[in-house]
Structures are given as C-alpha cells and as structure tokens.
Design a protein around this ligand. Structure first.
Ligand SMILES: *Cc1c(COP(=O)(O)O)cnc(C)c1O
Length: 429
C-alpha cells in the first residue's frame, strides 16, 4: 500500500512507514494512493468475520504483509463479535462495544498494537496519544505489558467519564497517564507538537495511536462489511449508515468501505454541538469554535483530524457529496433520542443516540438503516441513569477498574512541561 501526505503530496510512504510515523510533514495525514475496488463482494460477505477481515485488509495493504501473518494478527485483534441488532423495521444497530474496553476503539487499537509490535522489531517504541475518552483505554489495554513499548496517554482532566478514565489510568506498568488541564483539542495540540520535535521523536521512538494512524482506520473498515453481512440478503440493496462523529475517523473508515465496494448508499456523520464540519459544509469556511463539553464527550472535538481524508474522497468523487450528510445534534435532542430508543426497548448511551438521531433525520426511504453503537451504555452510566432514570448494571471489567486507584499525574497544557514529565518518567537522558 502506497500512501501520500495530504498536505505535501511529495511525501510518499509505505503502509509500514505510515504506521510507524503516524503523522506526515506539516502535520499532514496520510492517504492511500489508490483504493481499488474488491472483486466479489457478495462472496466475501458470506465469510466469517475474522476470515473476511483478513482478506479485506490484505486487499488494502497489499504484499507488505503476508496473508498468513495478517490472518493471525486479525484473529488476535478481532477476538470479539460485532452483532447487528434489529431494533425496529428496517432499523438496525451495529454494536461495536463488545471488546475489552467496551467501545469501538478496541478494533483499531488492537489491530494497531499488532502492527506496531510486528514492525518495531525489538526497538524501543513510545506510543503517544491524546484521548477524548475511549481511545486511551483501548490503546492502553492493547499495548499493556507489551515488551519495548511505552504508552503515554493525555486526557482532558475532568472531561471524560470516571469509567472511561479508570479503564486506563489504573493499569500502571508501561502505561503512563497525564491529566491535562485543558480540552481534548489541547491534548491533541500537545501530541502534534511532540511530533514536530525531532529530538524527542528520536529519543523515544515516537509513534501516535490517534485515529490519524492508518492502521486504526483500516481495521475499522472491516466491521462495516460485518454489518452488511448480517443484513438479510434482500435488505442489502439500499443501505444507510449513520456514524456518531468526533474526530471523523470512524466515518472515514465507512467511506473507505464504500469506495472499495461495500454497498453503502448514504452516509451520515452526525456530530454533537461541536459542529465545525456541519457548518463548514454549509458555508465552506473552516472556523472551529472553542470545544464545548457534551454528554457525548468522546465527540467533543472541534478540530477533527480525519476530516482532510473524508474531504479528499468527496473532492475526488470517490464518494458522492450528495450521499454524504453531516448535521449537528443538540444536548436536548440527544436526550430525546435516548428516550425514544429506550421506549423502543433499546438502551443507548449518548454517542449511540446521536447516531440514531442522525439516521432518522437523513432517512432514505425503503433503505436498511444502520446506526452505530460506539460504546456500552454502562461506560456512561452516570448520564444514562440521569437521563433515563435507570440504574444500569456495570459489567465486571468496569466495576473492577473503578475499584482501583487512578495513577495519572496532573499536567498543564504546555509542551515544555509535557516533555520534561515524559523524559523524567521514561528516564530519557
Ligand atoms: C471516539 C468515539 C466516537 C467518535 O469517533 P471518531 O472516529 O472520533 O469520529 C464516537 N463514540 C464513541 C463512544 C467514541 O469513543
């Protein structure tokens, strides 16, 4: 797989290089040179999830990884299901929260960990990532106790749920966490600054686990095929997928799936009140506002890193602009959608409810509509119970994590402080 930097097309890299360096020059993200269509999509849809996913990834990545190696990596990474639940007539929910940290980030995080372990060949690697809530846990669990790998996680102090936070800040060992006095965008800015620091990059063997890392995106392409594979055959002709969007990585993966041949006829990328993209699509000006805190905190992103990739596919008409929708959902509408789903017998946390709302608003007549459940409701127990008056039970993974002490250190949103803290923690000379 050959990729180029969307900010500087002269920078061209292989898949292995793109995984290792994460972000390109001028903070540009990498994008595949070509996205060739798959042959025989319907035969692929008949295969079991892991087997099909290995074939899709092999098609995308090409001969940099042998088919056998890739099959083993996928079998280890995707060792939990992604069930499609029929919620109402022609309405389906793709549940992506059955992995170890109860959010869809497990798919990308675990496949990325497989890639990084394979490519580093025993050299020291430091994974630096900013999390809006769920990436931190997925990446921390995926790399926990892996030899020669340190993980540094920055999260916005007090802006993510306690369950989200405790799933990674309680691990210790090679997982180093910093509670940043700022927003997710501030954390993301610190990560980008670190990538411009050649000295730090070299000394730490720096890699990023953000959704800017191409390995995470490609992994996510696979579960869209799994969703369509679970639809009855006569329901696959017209498919609408609705993705709750923050950094726009997940919807980017959905679009890549469509570009390589998955029948997705309409795509909705629904945001919370952090609406930079919906406003951009209306007036063509990119003007991020200050990040607002929402019930759907993993989507509290006002400078989505993956938007350039989505825009590239729209600009090059790989996916039609007319079939792409992006709207913003208010806090009030989020709560209403949680109630509506609850009355339909489906318990949803706020991110999932936003996907449902976007699906209803952009509905395509007679289509099969799929909205994504990106997190387990218990991961947002406080807001779910508060909005719905429930008292939902915690899965064991969560109650165990909540019982342990938080090992994160406080950090100002200041690059010099981050560098000093990380050098001290990792004993860098
Ligand atoms: C990360 C996350 C999102 C947003 O996904 P992006 O790829 O950043 O758009 C939505 N829901 C949940 C629960 C998340 O953790």
């Amino acid at each position: 797989m050959n990729l180029f930097n969307l900010k500087d097309a002269s920078q061209q890299v292989s898949f292995v290089e793109a995984v290792k360096i994460g972000l390109g020059r001028e903070q540009g993200v990498f994008f595949p040179q070509t996205l060739a269509p798959l042959s025989q999509v319907s035969a692929l849809l008949d295969l079991p999830f892991a087997e099909r996913s290995a074939k899709i990834l092999s098609h995308l990545i090409g001969d940099e990884l042998s088919k056998d190696v890739l099959s083993d990596m996928v079998a280890r990474a995707f060792n939990f299901p992604a069930p499609l639940v029929n919620v109402a007539k022609n309405t389906y929910c793709l549940e992506l929260f059955h992995g170890p940290t109860l959010a869809f980030k497990d798919f990308g995080g675990r496949f990325m960990a497989e890639c990084v372990s394979l490519f580093s060949e025993g050299e020291r690697v430091t994974i630096l990532t900013a999390t809006s809530g769920d990436t931190g846990a997925a990446v921390a669990h995926a790399f926990y106790k892996k030899p020669n790998v340190d993980v540094v996680i920055l999260y916005p102090e007090g802006k993510i749920s306690l369950a989200q936070q405790k799933l990674f800040t309680t691990l210790g060992e090679n997982i180093h966490c910093y509670a940043v006095d700022g927003s997710f965008d501030d954390c993301q800015t610190l990560v980008k600054e670190a990538f411009l620091d050649e000295e730090l990059k070299q000394k730490l063997g720096l890699n990023s686990a953000n959704s800017i890392n191409i390995s995470r995106l490609l992994a996510q392409v696979c579960y869209y095929f799994e969703a369509v594979a679970q639809l009855p055959e006569d329901k696959r002709n017209s498919v609408h997928v609705s993705v709750p969007s923050g950094n726009f990585g997940n919807v980017c993966a959905a679009m890549i799936a469509a570009v390589i041949g998955l029948p997705i006829h309409r795509l909705s990328a629904t945001t919370n009140q952090n609406d930079t993209v919906p406003r951009y699509l209306v007036d063509n000006t990119w003007s991020p506002n200050a990040t607002k805190e929402s019930l759907s905190n993993a989507m509290d992103v006002s400078k989505p890193n993956n938007w350039p990739r989505v825009e590239q596919m729209l600009r090059e008409t790989m996916f039609s602009k007319h079939d792409f929708f992006s709207r913003s959902v208010s806090e009030q509408e989020t709560k209403q959608a949680m109630h509506t789903l609850h009355e339909m017998g489906y318990l949803a946390e706020p991110h999932t409810a936003i996907a449902y709302k976007g699906m209803v608003e952009d509905e395509l007549a007679n289509a099969s509509s799929i909205f994504l459940a990106t997190a387990h409701p218990a991961k947002f127990k406080d807001s779910v119970d508060d909005v719905l008056g429930t008292d939902i039970e915690l899965p064991k993974a969560l109650s165990d994590a909540l019982a342990k002490p938080c090992l994160a250190e406080p950090l100002k949103a200041d690059y010099a402080e981050l560098k000093a803290a990380v050098y001290a923690r990792l004993a860098v000379q």
